[in-house]
Design a protein around this ligand. Sequence first.
Ligand code: C2E
Ligand code: CA
Ligand code: CA
Length: 664
Amino acid sequence: MTNALANLIDADLSEKRRDLSRQELRDLYRVDGAAERKQAARQGLWIAGLVYLLFSITDLILIPDVAAYTIAARFAVGVVMLTLIELLFRYDARIEWLDGTCAVGLIIGYAGWLYPAMMTQQIQTFSYYMVFGAIFMMGANLFFSFRFRLSVISSGIVLATFFLALHFFPASGTYRLVFGTFYISCFTFTSYVNWKLNVERYNVFLNALEARNQHKEATERGKALLRLSRTDPLTGLENRRAVDERLRDYWSDWQLLGSSFVAILIDVDFFKKFNDCYGHQEGDRCLVQVADALSATIKKHNASIGRYGGEEFIVLARMERKEQVALLAEAIRRTVENLAIVHEQRRDGMSIVTVSIGAAFTRSQTGPKLEKIIHEADRALYLAKASGRNCVRLFDPSDPQSSDESENIAALLKIAINQDLVSMVYQPIQNVDTGRLEAVEALMRLRMLDGTSVPPSLFIPVAERTGAILELGRWAIRTVCHELILDNHVSLVSVNVSPIQLRTPGFATSVAAILTETGVTGNRLAFEITEGLEMEMHSDILRCISDLKLLGIRIWLDDFGTGFAGLSWLRLIDFDTVKIDRSFLHDCRSSRGRAMLKDIIGLIRNRGHKILVEGVETEEQLLLMREFGIDKIQGYHIGRPAPADSFQTNPSAYKRPVRVLRSA
Ligand code: C2E
Ligand code: CA
Ligand code: CA
């Protein structure tokens, strides 16, 4: 892993690193540190200029007869050259120009002084004074940091000027030999030292360049590592770690500056199925495609995106208003839908990949914890899935499913059985033909500690989400066996079973254990199943159902017509009875609704299932059911859910509608 990482980083860096040619190096050397060198040249010329002017004193002492001229020359040269260097410096001229000016200053300084000085009558003194000319040569080679060529040329000109002057100077042969040799040696040595200095300077530059490069490489390597540690290798998006950091930033901005933001969780629908069907490579490709499309979409909204888990993405965006949130979330949903990635294995009528989206917007009640907003987005996502997927849900604090209340319910469910807060009630199911009580449906009830009852529409989804349904479900079956079946008051009890239970390994075994423990036979029980949230038809669900059937338990399909997968479930499972949701009966007031119910009845009957219609609330509805030849009915008109003892003491109470029927 670390090797692979190192290779990746190397590849990343080698793109940027390229060996420089000699010429490029020289060019780089020329511009390297130019600003400091310019400053140094300027300072050097000022020091040299001042010393040059100070030498006016020696002029006065040694050659007083021409001192006025030499001093005038010194000042003229000094002022001109210093003005020039200041101008060049001010207008940011290239270093070559500044160095050149210094070199010219040296030559003119020497020649400018030499010429009037040679007019002196103090021949003897001047012949000694001539030795100071060597200082100009040393200046060119050693004092300034000229490049070798410039220093040789300038000191060479100084040397030539000296020899020219020597030519016209009335001096002895010995003098010429001594001074000539001295000047030439001085020129040679200082030029040599200059050459050495330049080589040294260049080496220092190379070393510094190398050190700089190494430093840069190390920083880039560090950056690349950091980038990799924050990137999801599959999609190239930020990974969960990076997203969490970003979330913290958004959160503190919200807390400190009040800049609101939204957290949007995006979950690919039926992705497990997609993987199972098309293979993991295709699955990966699908995720990459979705990730790319999402990145493109959110760019316009100045948002950030990351991969939050297997098939889950997260988008964070600063937003002012809640309406913008809905627009962005919807845009995201549509983007994925428009990709039209084929997914034929989902059984909800769609054949392309879609996403479910849950979003949560900062609100003043969000509280001091940043996990809260993710938690809220997660709740909203859960609701989006529960609403049939491929849709957007915004966290709504007033929705009991999302509110803190469900938190309380979750806590309550944990203690419900031990504290005797759950109970079962039973609603009669009537055989339409005989008018007899054919079965009862067992319905769960939950009380809070203060006695207020919590409706199943509230606590069942929470129990399913938290997994509490598993224990409650076993408890319900055991209670049903004890309360009703053992006393033989009712021949058949239908129990609602959630798909979560069916999906859990060992469920059928635990049912078998309860039957053995209570001495009840399976044919006294029916399990009502709904497509529910986890409507993906897992093979484990099918296996569980066939195991339950082996125990003699009948399987009923509940709430037919309200879910998405109803028809495909009918194809896959041989249900004993199908319960038609009460909404169809209630729609019968219109002729269209009536026709619809008739069609549904025809369809189910053709498949050979028995039919139960729920929600019979009036006499007319009951008569209609008779007319339609329905097998079983259930509803407030037949009987409301009641505790077990009302069946034990007076089961005939539920025969009232039967009498009505007979008299009809
Ligand atoms: P469901 O299985 O469709 O149960 C029927 C619901 O309709 C019950 O509501 C019942 O009281 C109500 N109902 C019965 N007759 C009529 C009628 O004539 N008119 C009207 N308007 N409603 C009628 P309840 O008891 O509130 O249960 C709601 C849902 O909670 C149930 O719907 C079922 O899905 C779930 N549930 C209840 N008990 C359990 C359980 O033990 N386990 C599981 N997994 N789910 C349960
Ligand atoms: Ca039911
Ligand atoms: Ca039902």
